[in-house]
Design a protein. Sequence first.
Length: 390
Amino acid sequence: MTTTNNSRPPEAVYIHIPFCTNKCFYCDFNSYVLKDQPVMDYLRALDREMELTVEKTPPGVIKTIFVGGGTPTVLKPDEMAYFLASVRTHFPHWAEDIEFSMEANPGTTDPEKLAVMKAGGVNRVSFGVQAFQNELLTGIGRIHNVDDVYRSLENARSAGLDNLSVDLMFGLPNQTVDMLAESIRKALELKLPHYSIYSLKVEENTLFHTLFHKNKLPLPNEEDELQMYLLLMSSMEAAGYNQYEISNFAKPGMESRHNITYWRNQDYYGLGAGAHGYVGRQRHINIKGVNPYVEATRSGLPRLDAYPISPQEAMEDFMMVGLRMREGVSDTAFQAQFGRSMEEVFAAPLHKMVHAGLLEQGGGTYRLSKQGILFGNDVFGEFVGALTEV
């Protein structure tokens, strides 16, 4: 099925660097402790995957690049320089206003490394801060402390990087509403253009999952967690930040353009161990382990799985990810991708959610209401297997 959406090559690139200094207690991402890892072998394999990828789907002008992990900033300056040169070689055509983001851990960004990042084109850095209380950081397995946060941000600004973001978390073990209020206050004092604030989810194959099932994870109760979310929304709004997505807040014009690619269900290249990509209505998942990934690139693309997305599934995805954004989903965009109207395809769930007061409708757009934000997952779930007609 040909659509407007996939008639041109992706304009966004996601690249996964799976190495970390240590494994956080809540983390189920595809990441590996750095010690004794074959980092240069991995970066060479990544270079090879980029080469094979652009042979298959030649890139046009790239508007956003996002390097995630793991902790990409655990790379040494020479490794970082090699990696960024690879990116520039295989994706040479960048939009003038490219957004090139890299995730970082406080304490892993010394001036030399930041200088290499800036020289290599990185112009946005997202720091995984999580909290402003050292006892909470220790309790979730982070190795940085609050002083590292301030030093890392100062280093970034000194290197000429000012498009900075920090991640915070709420619903952490032993975290109180007052502790979150303090973290938000200290984060806002930094006057950054962007903040991401996520609730803790206890995922399988993590230390927290084990502790939870032994009844040894002192999580806040549901009422406190709701108060935390309401507090962060009101605090951000009062400070002039727009909640443009359920978990993301930005000054006008400083939203994460790369993440908006995902929320608009648009194509993107996905490179690296365990990375997901979406090109031409086809999704793929790469092999996860570092050595298996390195080995696989020697004989071709390192795919664990690749499969076409049916029009029905693409429509469901469009609704579920699009409704995460506060601007909601527009019928114009839906028709551009699928050649049909949202009403024609999803009449039942749309009307049900509007009637329940969880969606608002206006000007050909549906968006979460203020109440709907609090029950987002319930709303998204209504669109799974809910096509009025196929």
